[in-house]
Design a protein around this ligand. Structure first.
Ligand SMILES: Nc1ncnc2c1ncn2[C@@H]1O[C@H](COP(=O)(O)OP(=O)(O)OP(=O)(O)O)[C@@H](O)[C@H]1O
Ligand code: NI
Length: 456
C-alpha cells in the first residue's frame, strides 16, 4: 500500500479552560493517501474542524495544545516544527478552503492583487507571469470574465464566485493536499453541486489529495474514496466509502445514515434521529462515549472503551459489537423510520396544487439532453429517461427529481439552432440524489428548458 501523504498518529489536543483542560481530540489517528479524498463526517461538535486544523498546526493559534501524537507529512513529523517553519507547508504543500470564503480574503485588496501576491510568494514567476497565471486560475475555476474579476474586491463577488476564487487561491501553489472544511455548506444546492464537481476535476487534474470535512453524508457519498466518522473527538469508524455506506459497522454510523431521507419510503415518513446530543468533553461518559445514545449498548459498553479495531477490507471500527463484514445484517439496524399521519402532509399537497407532474426521475435530465424525449401537451409531458440523461455523479450516486412538476409552462423564444422549435420552461422541485446506501436527500429546485419536438 502507498505511504500516506498526511498521517495523524494518536493525536490528542487539549484546550485550557477555566474549569481545567478539556481534551477535544483523543488519540485520533487518520491517514490521507496521495490522490484520494478522505471525508471526515460526524455531528456538529464532533471535532472535524479541529482535526483538520490540527493537521496544519493551526489549533495552536486558538490556545489549543497538541499534547500527544505525531503529524506526518510524507516522511516528516511536523508536530514539533516551529510555526515559522510551518509557513513553508501551509499554502504550498497543503492548502485550506473554508465554508466562509470572505475569511480567505482581505476586503481592502482586489481579488487579483491577492491572487498575484500568493503566486509571487513562491518566487518562481515575474509579476507579469503571476498576473497571467492568476487570470488563468480564475478562468479554470469557472469564473467568467476573469480579467474583469481580477480588479474586483471580494465583497463584489457572489458567494459562489468567491468560493471559486478561494479555490483558485488554494490552487496557486499546486498543493499535494487540499483541506476543505464544509466548502459548500453555505451555498444553494445547484452551486454546491457545481463546486463539488469542480473539486473532483481539479483533484484529478492536479493529482491532489483532499481531506474534506462535511456533516452532509450526501456530499461524502459523492466525493469520498474513504470516509472517517467522528464522534466526541474520536474516530469511531473508517472505511472505503462504498463499504461504509453499504454496511456500516458502528451503531453511530448506522444512526447517521438512517437519519438521511431515503427513496422508497412513504411520503411524509418521519425519519429516525439519534436521540440526545454529543456529550460534554469536560466529563465524557465512561466506556464507549456513544453508549448513552446507543440502541444496542450492552453492559460492557458502559465499562470499557472499545479500541479502534481493524476489520476485513481495510476497515476500522470502535465498537464492542461491530461485526466482521460479510455477516448479513440490515444497515438500518436499531433505527426505524415512522410513517407520518396524513394530516401532517396536507401543507405539502396544497403546495403542489396546480402543478402538472412529469415522470419522476427524469426532469433533471431534460435540461441538457435535447435529443431525447418529448414534451407534449400539458399532462402528457414526457421527458428523457434517466439512462439517457442522468450522469453518474460518482460512486454510484444518481441525481433524480422526486416531485418533478411543470410549475409554469410557457413557450420561450426559440433558441438558435434549437432542434424541434421552442423549448418549454419547467421547474423541478425536490431534487433527490440516490446514494449507494439507498438514501436520497431532497431539497432544492431547478428550472430549465425542456425541448419540444417538431412532431408536436
Ligand atoms: N478554540 C477552541 N477553544 C475551546 N474548545 C474548542 C475550540 N475549538 C474547538 N473546541 C472544542 O472542540 C469541539 C469540536 O469542535 P469542532 O469545531 O472541531 O467541531 P465540528 O465537528 O467541526 O463541528 P461543526 O460541524 O459544527 O463544524 C467543540 O465542541 C469544542 O468543545
Ligand atoms: Ni466544523
Amino acid at each position: 500500500m502507498a505511504k500516506p501523504l498526511l498521517e495523524l498518529e494518536r493525536i490528542t489536543v487539549d484546550f485550557l479552560k477555566e474549569e481545567g483542560p478539556v481534551t477535544a481530540l483523543s488519540e485520533l489517528s487518520l491517514q490521507v493517501f496521495p490522490g484520494e479524498t478522505l471525508c471526515l463526517v460526524g455531528e456538529s461538535g464532533s471535532g472535524k474542524t479541529l482535526a483538520s486544523k490540527t493537521a496544519m498546526r493551526l489549533v495552536e493559534y486558538e490556545n489549543g495544545r497538541i499534547s500527544r501524537g505525531n503529524i506526518w507529512l510524507g516522511e516528516q513529523d511536523i508536530s514539533t516544527w516551529s510555526q515559522e517553519r510551518m509557513r513553508t507547508v501551509r499554502g504550498r504543500r497543503a492548502a485550506m478552503i473554508f465554508q466562509e470564503p470572505m475569511s480567505a480574503f482581505d476586503p481592502v485588496f482586489t481579488v487579483g492583487q491577492q491572487l498575484v501576491e500568493a503566486i509571487l510568494q513562491h518566487g518562481e514567476k515575474t509579476a507579469k507571469e503571476a498576473w497571467r497565471h492568476a487570470v488563468h486560475l480564475l478562468g479554470r475555476v469557472g469564473i467568467p470574465e476573469p480579467e474583469l474579476r481580477m480588479k474586483m474586491y471580494p465583497g463584489e463577488l457572489s458567494g459562489g464566485m468567491l468560493q471559486r476564487a478561494m479555490i483558485a487561491m488554494a490552487l496557486s501553489c499546486s498543493p499535494e493536499l487540499l483541506i476543505a472544511d464544509e466548502p459548500t455548506t453555505a451555498l444553494d444546492v445547484t452551486v454546491q453541486a457545481q463546486i463539488l464537481h469542480l473539486l473532483q476535476e481539479l483533484k484529478e487534474e492536479y493529482g491532489m489529495a483532499i481531506l474534506l470535512v462535511t456533516h452532509d453524508l450526501g456530499v461524502a457519498a459523492e466525493m469520498a474514496d474513504r470516509v472517517a466518522v467522528m464522534y466526541a473527538g474520536r474516530i469511531v469508524e473508517e472505511a472505503p466509502a462504498a463499504e461504509l455506506f453499504e454496511r456500516p459497522l458502528h451503531p453511530y454510523t448506522r444512526g447517521l445514515l438512517a437519519s438521511v431521507a431515503r427513496a422508497g419510503l412513504p411520503r411524509g415518513t418521519r425519519l429516525p434521529s439519534i436521540e440526545g446530543s454529543i456529550p460534554s468533553l469536560t466529563a465524557p461518559p465512561a466506556g464507549c462515549r456513544f453508549h448513552p445514545r446507543c440502541p444496542q449498548a450492552v453492559p460492557q459498553c458502559t465499562q470499557s472503551e472499545p479500541p479502534l479495531a481493524g476489520y476485513e477490507g481495510g476497515r476500522r471500527a470502535a465498537c464492542w459489537l461491530a461485526e466482521e463484514p460479510g455477516n448479513p445484517e440490515s444497515p438500518g439496524g436499531g433505527w426505524q423510520a415512522e410513517a407520518e399521519s396524513p394530516a401532517q402532509r396536507s401543507g405539502d399537497d396544497a403546495d403542489r396544487r396546480g402543478s402538472r407532474r412529469l415522470e419522476p426521475a427524469a426532469a433533471f435530465a431534460g435540461v441538457r439532453h435535447h435529443d431525447a424525449g418529448t414534451a407534449g401537451e400539458p399532462g402528457t409531458a414526457r421527458v428523457p429517461q434517466p439512462a439517457a440523461g442522468l450522469p453518474d455523479a460518482g460512486h454510484g450516486t444518481r441525481v433524480f427529481a422526486k416531485e418533478a412538476a411543470i410549475r409554469s409552462l410557457s413557450a420561450a423564444a426559440p433558441a438558435a439552432g434549437e432542434p424541434g422549435g421552442s423549448p418549454l420552461l419547467f421547474e423541478v422541485r425536490g431534487l433527490c440524489k440516490a446514494y449507494p446506501f439507498g438514501a436520497a436527500c431532497c431539497g432544492g429546485r431547478r428550472a430549465g428548458f425542456l425541448p419540444s419536438t417538431a412532431s408536436r
